[in-house]
Design a binder for this molecule. Sequence first.
Ligand code: ATP
Length: 930
Amino acid sequence: MTDRSQNGATDWHALSPEEALDQLESHREGLDSQDAKRRLDEYGPNQLQQAESRPWYRRLAEQFNNVLMLILIVAAVASQLLGHSLDAAVIVAVVVIIALIGFFQEGKAERALDSIRTMLSPQAKVLRDGKRATLDAESLVPGDIVLIESGDRVPADLRLIKSQRLRTQEAPLTGESEPVEKSSEAVDADAALAERSAMAHAGTLVVQGSARGLVVETGRHTQIGRISEMLQGVETLKTPLLAQLDRAGNVLAIFIVGGAAFAAAFGIFVHGQPATEMFMAAVALAVAAIPQGLPAIVTIGLAIGVQAMARRNAIIRRLPAVETLGSISTIFTDKTGTLTRNEMTARAIRLAAREVRLSGVGFSPEGSLHEASEAAEGETEDETREEKGETLDLGDYPDLERLLVAGVLCNEAELKQEDDSWFIEGDPTEGALVVAAAKAGLDVSRLREASPCLDTLPFESEYRYMATLNEIEGKKRILVKGAPDRLLDMCDRVRHDGEEVALDTQAWERHIKELSARGLRVLAIAEKVADEGESFEREDVEQGLVLLGMTGLLDPPREAAIEAVKQCLAAGIRPVMITGDHPETARAIAKKLGFSQTEHALAGRDIEAMSDEELEKSVREVDVFARAAPEHKLRLVKAMQAQGGICAMTGDGVNDGPALKRADVGVSMGIQGTEAAKEASEMVLADDDFATIERAIEEGRKVYDNIRKTITFLLPTNGAESLAVLLAMLGGMTLPITGLQILWVNMVTAVTLGMALVFESPEADLMRRKPRDPDAPLLDLFMLWRVLFVSVLLVATVVGLFFWVRSQGGSLELARAVAVNMLVMGEIVYLLNSRYVVGRSLSLQGLFGSRPVLLAIGLVIAIQLGWTYLPFMQLLFEGEPLSPIHWGLILTAGVGLFMVVELEKWVLRHFDLVSTGQTAIRREGARQQA
Ligand code: ATP
């Protein structure tokens, strides 16, 4: 065997397939697993070195790249220069702590995203032990035989040994975006990389056709591995929300600097205060106004959201999608496999002379065939026959046998059994035909051996048919199966009781309609005598075919999808089906799923005939788009977005890329989806299930809601502190709280409490609200009101108690310690208020219903007692221990504050003053009662 790691230069493209196979001691049926395992030890896994994520020192440095941090640093330096070393030291400590929290949290979030990304490791279809298997691409070894088809990313460097119209796009390698044609013919040894048509290189994309290739180089020995060792850098963690916070931070910074300068000047010139003291007060004001813990909490909130979604099978590829999901108003979704189970079962076969029904469900080949009774339609009749054990004898039905045989030969699926369950390796639509043939008693593998396939035109959505060239009993015949409307155009005769007769197109159109209306996916099967030769072209197939008949395949809706559609409609989200299937079939399925507008289905043709304006109107009124191609998906998304809709769009094929990218959230399929689709999408469904999209939206709404709650919870603390300092400066009085004490409250208690809200469970009406307007500011008027209102309440209690202690002859230290504890008590009760934005918190559930909230409160109480009574804390923060009477007052004021906020919520609810979800529902309820 060649020593590949040293001699990676073998000109594989110049060798014939056989020579390449020999050189790697492999053969066309692939390796056996033991040999593969040994080679894996020898060559190592087929992977490229991942790009290093942002180096730690850059991540750390970036924490300081923020105006608010700069203000703090300036404040520290100034404090030092003015001789307040303790203040300077604490501010520096706080700056470091903020940076570290941000640093570790971002690290954690990046790791969480990375671990999720590994869930998306690419797969490869390979022949091992002579059988098809799907493996992680990492386990490929030189000598493996790999199968690639349209939409796949080539997993390793392959010497093609059989190629069927393969075209790949090699932009990652050559920069050329036009697809290039491939074949298994050897080329010159000195051919340039772009001309090595006998090779499919790792990292390039299959855009058409299919092929078998011998793995010749893996991992870093591949061409792409040699060009760059690094793949996919880690993307930034910036999301629109974080960017909005950054912008808000900049505005805040201007206010802080302006306000502090003004207040200091006022103190110096109006009240004749000493400049140094005023400067320290200005520092306290700056420190008070900055919500230091906020960015860390928001990042954690987003990371928790990403993880929760992953647990629910929705894998986020780009972080901003977490937020966008919450405002989705339309979900454009595929049908097959997403809304339905993709467990195709043939239920009916329409021949020229009669209809045959099949019994049995799933992929198990147990069941029978019998003629459909003219008198009785439906399952009961079939079941009675089945009980009687009646099944028809193929000998008496030559048309049926011919159709079943063609269906099995023009077909790449294999029926397999593991333990007691049957499954399909390959396309379930094709699998259903294999199962049908088995039910009729045909031996599928013997048929395929007896009539080998010489050439294939694989199924592609844009052509909607598949064709093979087979040698059947010594004669060459082309077999075709595909969408019935498509095949009718290609046929001119039909087999009727062994004869070829003229095709009655209208009668067959009726058959198609009738089968589709039953919700069956219809597949027509046809044949044609072929010329001599080992290959054929599309022109050979697309005319002069003889129709053999049609099969009706049942693909039941997913139970979970029915429920999810209901949830979506309640949440103001419209599911819209876009499918390649027949309009009638699509409509029948949409009805079963509970879609709201299923009277009409529009076909791809109709979309083409429409102007953009017409399409914008239709997209509002129609829920089912059938016989649609990827370019129609793109137009539909655009039409919806033109009207302000926020769209999710699902896709699995190589051509779905543009629509996935254009959609606000592109969603690709983890199981059925091609690599190309996954790469174009923001989110991948690990289970291909529509219900997963709905759950991800729910999670997205929850994340946003909780972050908003956290912000409205945190800001009043800053508001109250700033107000207290500002009032003191403008009034020429001593500060009721010092800068250090403010930092303590912001950094320790507020963050601990605020974190609890990130973990809150969703409010009951989360999925009964309208989707969030993505342009709405994070803090709307109502939220600003709430922040201001609570700030004033807090400052009143804090300053009130401060003066009360002073008036009772208490020392400045005692009065400040009471003020700090009052502030923390205010935070604790307002945390309980904040659990529901306008809903009632004064209930058992509201007060005790959240473990994280109770835990955070318990923790803060313990910390605060330590702060008040531990001698070193008293020394550091210049505090004095409180007596029971102080605690009594603080508690009473706390309860009062809680009740006032609850009262405000009651007023808002009662007078319908704020249009949150809840009030919207109440209005809806009232309207229904009326
Ligand atoms: P979606 O997943 O978007 O709902 P779909 O999977 O139903 O769409 P396609 O896979 O594009 O749509 O199939 C379109 C039509 O092509 C089907 O209605 C069927 O008649 C035909 N068809 C599907 N699979 C095959 C196949 N393997 N061979 C031949 N014809 C097929």
